[in-house]
Design a protein around this ligand. Structure first.
Ligand SMILES: [Zn+2]
Length: 437
């Protein structure tokens, strides 16, 4: 059965009324305003492809906005129609006589606030909330606009009322990373995260030493001293910023980035030695995951395959052994043994003579303490990497968002929505702003 037709013709007025109750804002219930048929909703009709509920609100006194005299004197009436919701592609409107009051003291005429809608608006508050709430999901503004039968500009206008300022305080553990964004003229943007609480603190438009120092310098020195740990990938830029701005911070080199570098080095060895243009090459390529997977997780079939691959080359065997040895390194629980193990591993790299691992010698010696700290402290950028993936998905479904401020607000809004337990508590701040409605 066609659902639209069902709603139009087969539902009794009472059922339709109950269904529409959902769209009537909560204050109506709180104020014990009766919404029984004949009192608030006078009548309903399906006219010209839309469902209209004729409503009437009780006549109360209110304050004059100019001289604050209480008045209940009515000057005249205006007919107003507001959109409550879309039910199965049928717009549902509330139509009511809007009273215009006149002040007996100063003669000023004005409209009192109605429970359904804010002044100068044609859509119900609940409808506007629903629109903004949709922005927390990974979809483009065009998708939201289509769902609500609106233009993209209208959705953007509502969304642009949301603005996040920079965080008021800095956490004890800070995490920095970059991602490829859409800010004009800039290749990379920086994301600042609190890994302990798993929240995104801010998105910065530029990956630039001066800009980052300038940003963190806006926080007082006493606050910056309370940052105990800074987690980052092996980026000299972030390290410089952390050393300058957070005097008490221990720098931690993220585990994921370090392991990835070792795996990349091994992959480069595989690419170099794999035989060109024959079936062996494909065999190597198709089974490359067996090489990257930790040896202890391999199945029996995979072990047989691994043996076959490693039998092809001495160099690949060495590279694989170095990778497996490094993965073992992360299982060292003690700082002292980790220090010893990492030195031992670097000696092995030196002895192996593999060109692909040479660059690791320099970089790991440079980040020696950072890598040791990663073992000791167990803080990582794991949450950040997952979050960067979400940003990537958002960028893809939106076909990129060129306006950096909108992009930043959208990311922070999505993150706030993930953390709010009730799903809408993050909306409290922007919705109290008058500018939104
Ligand atoms: Zn007045």
């Amino acid at each position: 059965m066609d659902i639209t037709a069902y709603i139009r013709y087969n539902q009794s007025d009472q059922t339709r009324l109950e269904r529409i109750m959902y769209y009537v804002p909560v204050p109506l219930y709180r104020k014990n305003v009766s919404i029984r048929r004949g009192e608030c909703i006078k009548n309903s009709a399906y006219e010209g492809n839309k469902q209209i509920f004729y409503m009437e609100f009780s006549h109360t006194s209110c304050l004059c906005p100019q001289c604050h005299t209480r008045t209940s004197r009515i000057k005249d009436y205006r007919q107003q129609e507001i959109l409550l919701a879309w039910l199965d592609d049928v717009p549902v409107y509330a139509s009511f006589h809007k009273r215009r009051y006149v002040c007996p003291t100063c003669g000023h005429s004005f409209y009192p606030a109605t429970p359904l809608v804010q002044p100068y608006q044609r859509r119900s508050q609940r409808q506007q909330l629903a629109m903004i709430r949709e922005c927390a999901r990974k979809q483009s503004f065009t998708d939201i606009a289509n769902r609500f039968h609106l233009s993209v500009t209208t959705i953007l206008r509502y969304f642009d009322c949301i603005s996040y300022s920079k965080p008021a305080t800095l956490p004890a553990i800070l995490s920095l990373d970059e991602f490829r964004g859409n800010a004009p003229g800039q290749k990379h943007q920086v994301v600042v995260v609190d890994p302990a609480r798993k929240t995104v603190l801010d998105i910065l438009p530029q990956r630039d030493t001066q800009q980052l120092i300038h940003y963190f310098a806006t926080y007082p020195y006493a606050m910056r001293k309370t940052v105990n740990y800074v987690v980052m990938d092996s980026s000299a830029l972030f390290r410089l910023v952390a050393q300058h701005m957070f005097p008490n911070a221990v720098i931690i080199c993220d585990k994921y980035h370090i392991v990835r570098q070792v795996i990349w080095a091994m992959e480069n060895v595989r690419k170099r030695i794999q035989p060109p243009w024959d079936h062996h090459r494909l065999y190597f390529k198709h089974n490359k995951k067996i090489l990257t997977k930790p040896g202890c997780n391999l199945t029996n079939d995979e072990l047989v395959c691994l043996q076959e691959i490693l039998a092809q080359s001495d160099e690949l065997r060495k590279a694989y052994a170095l990778k497996e040895c490094f993965l073992q390194y992360y299982r060292c629980p003690q700082k002292q043994s980790a220090r010893y193990f990492l030195r031992f591993w670097l000696d092995l790299v030196q002895a192996s003579g593999l060109a692909e691992f040479k660059s690791l010698l320099h970089s790991f010696t440079d980040w020696f303490d950072g890598i040791i700290n990663a073992i000791r402290l167990h803080y990582s950028n794991g949450f950040m990497e997952g979050h960067n993936n979400k940003i990537k998905v958002l960028k893809r479904v939106c076909f990129s968002i060129r306006n950096f401020h909108r992009f930043r607000n959208r990311i922070l809004f999505m993150d706030a929505a993930t953390h709010s337990k009730r799903g809408t508590s993050h909306l409290n701040v922007p919705l109290t702003q008058r500018s939104l409605f």
